[in-house]
Design a protein around this ligand. Structure first.
Ligand SMILES: [Zn+2]
Length: 447
């Protein structure tokens, strides 16, 4: 077994750009050949484009390889080899792991892994945990309902592989999780930003004050953009007296990005993944900083169900900065900034729901909870924002309202119907929150 210290790999993580690109090309050629030879789905796709394994000679050639997307995976699943369909590139009896996507954007996509794939994904996550300061002296608590979704499974396995002691906080309720965390003096945990904030609120209601009464000093968050939104991060760090690090990944891809202890942006794990950023409208490759586009990603070392040039629809942009930690893996600025399909037009203005979160979480007199409802009134869009005042702020409502209106206008270019709700009355969530509700389409079809 590796020691924790071996997850700082100066050979891999500080490779000069040119060497890193050579490694990426070699790894791409290998997974492309593997998929061509072992998956009827990919072979048909590549033959249709007139491509064979020997045709990928340069990084530029990769741009000729057809992209895949979720809808293509959905169309083959349920067929043989059941239930994955012919994207599967190993005999079915080698599959050891089943997970599926959450289905928030349609029918869930199934994901198969061999033990080797699973271990490889875990290995990639170990680099992240090491960079976030996790060591074998840490005791991790995982307050997660272990189930068919990938969520914090990899956090659990990577913690073990790094040598940490891992406590599974499965079916316990929030109160019981907090008590167990306190009893065992857990030092690290992984959860969604929503749940991290919710747990701190519950702990205080129980009379337990982090960081005085709890020992959590490192929190890895995933599943929502909050970890890379400065206002949400500050709320989490203040609530726990701990450092909070963003982590990104998905069922189909694996865990491709993470923040290190310097918190200067998301490092892309370029030794395990190829991340391309494309202009949403033109498909042009974006190589420089400061221009947002959608992510097209290739996972190099996952063989059962290869992920090659997957159009993730996640919106990201390169950072102009390099990181003080010395890693040459490039940084993304602002994490995952939303998805192509969550950017929606309201009153003719393009709106990314995360920008509302940034404003709300930046107002200290408001609670962590909020909700956005987009509806149609006649022919016109209406956008309502529900927020909660923290107790004791009721008399300041006018000043808070004026500030909110102003900042929302600056950040999102829109006017909102603001509703102030009593503290504790908006819905609380245990994992991914559903705060943005666009009911325009529903109303049209039912009306
Ligand atoms: Zn760094």
């Amino acid at each position: 077994m590796k020691t924790a210290e071996q997850y700082w790999n100066p050979v891999l993580e500080t490779l000069p750009r040119e060497k890193l690109q050579q490694l990426q090309l070699k790894k791409f050629q290998k997974i492309f050949k593997w998929a061509y030879e072992n998956s009827p789905f990919y072979r048909k796709l590549y033959k249709g484009a007139g491509l064979e394994p020997g045709d990928i000679k340069t990084l530029d050639d990769i741009r000729k390889v057809p992209k895949i997307e979720k809808s293509m995976m959905r169309s083959i699943q349920g067929k043989d080899p059941f239930p994955y369909g012919d994207i599967l590139s190993v005999p079915l009896n080698q599959v050891t792991e089943y997970r599926q996507t959450s289905g928030t954007t349609g029918q869930p996509v199934y994901q198969a892994d061999t033990w080797q794939d699973w271990d490889g994904g875990t290995e990639a996550y170990c680099y992240a945990l090491y960079a976030q300061g996790y060591r074998d002296s840490d005791r991790l608590f995982v307050p997660f309902g272990y189930n068919i979704f990938i969520a914090f499974w990899t956090y659990h396995y990577a913690g073990e592989k790094l040598g940490c002691e891992v406590v599974p906080g499965g079916v316990l309720n929030t109160e019981a999780r907090i008590l167990k965390m306190q009893e065992l003096r857990a030092t690290g945990m992984g959860a969604t930003p929503t749940y991290v904030l919710g747990m701190a609120e519950t702990a205080r209601k129980m009379g337990i004050e982090p960081p005085k009464d709890l020992f959590i000093r490192k929190i890895t968050v995933a599943g929502e953009p909050g970890g890379s939104l400065p206002a949400t991060r500050k709320r989490m760090e203040d609530a726990w007296g701990a450092k909070v690090y963003d982590q990104v990944g998905s069922t189909e891809i694996g865990h491709w990005g993470w923040e290190c202890q310097y918190q200067s942006g998301l490092h892309v794990n370029e030794a395990f993944y190829l991340i391309e950023i494309e202009d949403v409208d033109t498909g042009e490759l974006i190589t420089g900083p400061g221009r947002r586009g959608k992510m097209v990603v290739t996972t190099f070392d996952r063989l059962a169900q290869p992920c090659i040039r997957f159009d993730s629809k996640d919106l990201i942009q390169w950072s102009p900065d390099t990181c003080e930690c010395g890693r040459t893996f490039r940084l993304l600025k602002g994490g995952v900034m939303g998805r192509v399909d969550t950017i929606t037009k309201v009153k003719g203005v393009l709106l990314a729901p995360a920008s509302i979160e940034e404003v709300v979480r930046g107002v200290p007199e408001l609670s962590d909870e909020y909700e956005v409802l987009v509806t149609k009134k006649g022919d016109l869009d209406d956008i309502a924002l529900k927020v909660e005042l923290i107790p004791g702020q009721e008399s300041n409502v006018d000043a808070i309202k004026a500030r909110l209106v102003d900042q929302l206008r600056v950040k999102t270019g829109l006017g909102y119907n603001l509703e102030f709700h009593k503290y504790g009355t908006l819905p609380r969530y245990d994992s991914k929150a559903k705060r943005f509700k666009d009911l325009r389409h529903k109303e049209q079809t039912s009306g």
